[in-house]
Design a protein around this ligand. Sequence first.
Ligand code: GDD
Ligand code: MN
Length: 428
Amino acid sequence: MRNDAKLLNPNDQNLNNIYMSMIDNTNSLLSVPTGSLAIPQDTCKTALLLSLIIPTYQESENIQSIIKILTQIFDDSIPGEYELIVVDDDSPDDTWKLAQSLMPKYPQLQVMRRQSERGLSSAVIRGWQMARGDILGVIDGDLQHPPHIILRMLEAMKKNADLVVASRHVDGGGVSSWSFMRRFLSRGAQLLGLIILPEILGRVSDPMSGYFMVRRSCVAGTTLNPVGYKILLEVVGRGNVGKIAEVGYVFCERKQGASKVTWKQYVDYIHHLLRLRLSTGRLEKFSQSMGFPIGRFLRFGVVGLSGVFVDMAVLYFLSDPTTLALPLTRSKIIAGEVAIFNNFLWNDAWTFADVSAQQRAWKQRFKRFVKFNLICLAGLVLNVVVLNVVFNLILANRYIANLIAIAVATIWNFWVNLKLSWRVTQVK
Ligand code: GDD
Ligand code: MN
């Protein structure tokens, strides 16, 4: 974390700028936050009006121009009250190094070089996590988002909008010479979003926009969880956004470099919509009121179902007279263990992905697997006990008794794994 200087005189902004530029013109890079993508509540002492993130990947031909233009605009309008934060994902064309070399010339410029995370949306959030502004913004680093409208956006924020979006679909908006296919995909993506998440996408005319500003208080304390390019969906979907303003702009043609949008961004977008649907809908609100993560439990159940198929397939392969014809108990133990391993992999990668992403070390992963295994084996014992109790004392139907036993064992497995195996151990 940058070692922020104590304010010499908290009321004298200019003195503070000189002081900050003295310590900051060593052009040291911003440290890269890790862990969850939560936006901090309050900024450090040197709070600013605006922090504008410029996410970059291979923008060495554009970065100098965008920083020069934005600095001119802001030095004329909000001198000393803003910062530009370039968040570069270790571009092979050394965009971060070029940006860093500009820091002595532009004291309001900060640069973050990410080497272990990638992605446009997470880059923006990591930048916001280090930002000092009360207003958090984002603009592309390739000059396709016209910088000259940014003061109109700031005006809207000063008139108490919580969010202002640069939109291609309001008066003054448009796209330059996009191909029919790109227009079709962009509009198609928007229509799909309106079907899946009408209450979110319906609030803005250009939910695909990557050019907007949001008041920190509307997203502070919220853990944003984006996939791919559409950070605006997270802000509107998970933030506490009231009044939204829009400013029309024409999405310009790239002069240098190339778009990084591939089919993967479209697949990510659909994944993102579905995840937001699951985590912001009525189901989530009900599970929050119950204090029981129903969405996660449903995923755990789906994984458990896949384990049943794996168990059956391995049991067949090992013990069936037409295959290896091994003894039944030995086959069942091996099949059960293979199924547990299958379930661990899927739960670690999907059900509890947000937790395991913060504990990537192999030692931590192995520890989780051992715990998961022991808990599931205990679950197997519980399964057998409940099966016998229900079948012999309550209902002499082995299949219904087995279903009850599986349900009890699944709740046991889920709850104890949630509390022990995939616990978020926030180690300072
Ligand atoms: N740090 C980082 N990491 N930056 C990235 C990454 C990444 O993985 N991928 C792209 N960027 C940066 C690019 O360098 C550029 O500054 C900006 O994000 C947009 O990337 P483009 O690849 O140029 O996207 P686009 O122009 O096709 O689409 C943009 O504009 C649309 C309309 O506003 C994106 O912002 C879309 O999200 C947006 O919908
Ligand atoms: Mn672009």
